[in-house]
Design a protein around this ligand. Structure first.
Ligand code: NAP
Length: 306
């Protein structure tokens, strides 16, 4: 059986595309991935999604998206796509050995947290090193910890971690935060947070658990030791496009390139959300793009029939 549309990924973009394609009678099949719901599953309060004046928890918001998609008949499979072939139509999509055929595809696989790339960091991952404050913050009650990064994610993580930690250091490689003004202000004014400017982590110290960090000041070159028991990375994200390499055009950073609408370099394959957007990267913009992709798919399928 050939599906009319297969949606790969289940964050705000994918689930919005599902709602729209389902309501357009395209009976979407969503392969949601093992990290169902995407990055909002790892956040706490979402304060800027319109329609929720008091805020909403990220996982709760995604559960609502999912229910809405299912209400209109979206079929959801909880697996990771392992391989695709977009060379000819119908397109082929594999989940391990199982093959699916599709007339059109919407890619909404999002982006994942970036790591520093230090050997000591990977060694101590899960033993004090984390990229998810909401997942692991709880383990650092009354402890001193550090967050690396200067953007909104770093600000959000640092503020969230003050609920548990006795002190939160924000280590930023420049002398100015990239975070939005409101978030930066909250960080700078928080009495539990101290920003360490112009500095990078050279090494995570500790053999079984994190005991400290070796920092280097990029201006003076001076190295110092910071005694902390946890390290949280919040240095941005990379698009989840490894399985699409060689099948559609990606830019130098690996983001999917789209044209005038959400269509990729392969007609019939569309992309929406963080997997193609390195500028806005908001839940609401991802959802908007998911809607656009669904409308683009519907029109494109109609054109193929006529
Ligand atoms: P980001 O804005 O790209 O910031 C990444 C930060 O990490 C930057 O400060 C960057 O330094 C630093 N960095 C990158 N690579 C590094 C490395 N190897 N070593 C040390 N530092 C490194 O990413 P983000 O904070 O994840 O935010 C992404 C998008 O999501 C943004 O558009 C943001 O507004 C949005 N967002 C919004 C909210 C909210 O509204 N509540 C929350 C989270 C995220 P430089 O500044 O020197 O580049």
């Amino acid at each position: 059986m050939t599906e009319k549309v297969v949606i790969i990924g289940s964050g705000p973009a994918g689930l919005t595309a599902a709602v729209y394609t389902a309501r357009a009678d395209l009976r979407p099949l969503m392969i949601e991935g093992m990290e169902r719901g995407g990055q909002l599953m790892l956040t706490t309060d979402v304060e800027n999604y319109p329609g929720f004046p008091d805020g909403i928890m990220g996982p709760e918001l995604m559960e609502s998206f999912r229910k809405q998609a299912e209400r209109f008949g979206t079929r959801i499979m909880s697996s990771d796509v392992t391989r695709v072939d977009f060379a000819q139509r119908p397109f082929k999509i594999w989940v391990d050995e199982d093959e699916y055929a599709a007339e059109s595809v919407i890619i909404s696989t999002g982006a994942s947290a970036r790591w520093l790339g230090l050997e000591s960091e990977s060694k101590l991952r899960g033993h004090g090193v984390s990229a998810c404050a909401t997942c692991d913050g709880f383990f650092f009650r009354d402890k001193e910890i550090a967050v690396v990064g200067g953007g909104d994610s770093a600000a959000e993580e640092a503020l969230f971690l003050t609920k548990f930690a006795s002190k939160v250091y924000v280590i930023h490689r420049r002398d100015e935060l990239r975070a939005s003004k409101i978030m930066a202000k909250r960080v700078l004014e928080h009495d539990k947070i101290e920003v360490i400017w112009d500095s990078v982590v050279e090494e995570v110290l500790g053999s079984d658990v994190v005991t400290g960090l070796r920092l280097r000041n990029r201006v003076t070159g001076k190295e110092t030791r910071l005694d902390v028991e946890g390290l949280f990375l919040a240095i941005g994200h990379d698009p989840n496009t490894s399985i699409f390499q060689g099948t559609i055009d990606l830019d130098a950073k690996g983001y999917i390139v789209t044209g005038d609408n959400t269509m990729t370099s392969v007609p019939g394959v569309f992309a929406a959300g963080d997997v193609t957007d390195h500028i806005y990267r908001q839940a609401v913009t991802a959802a908007g793009m998911g809607c656009q992709a669904a409308i683009d798919v519907e029109r494109w399928l109609n054109e193929q029939e006529n």
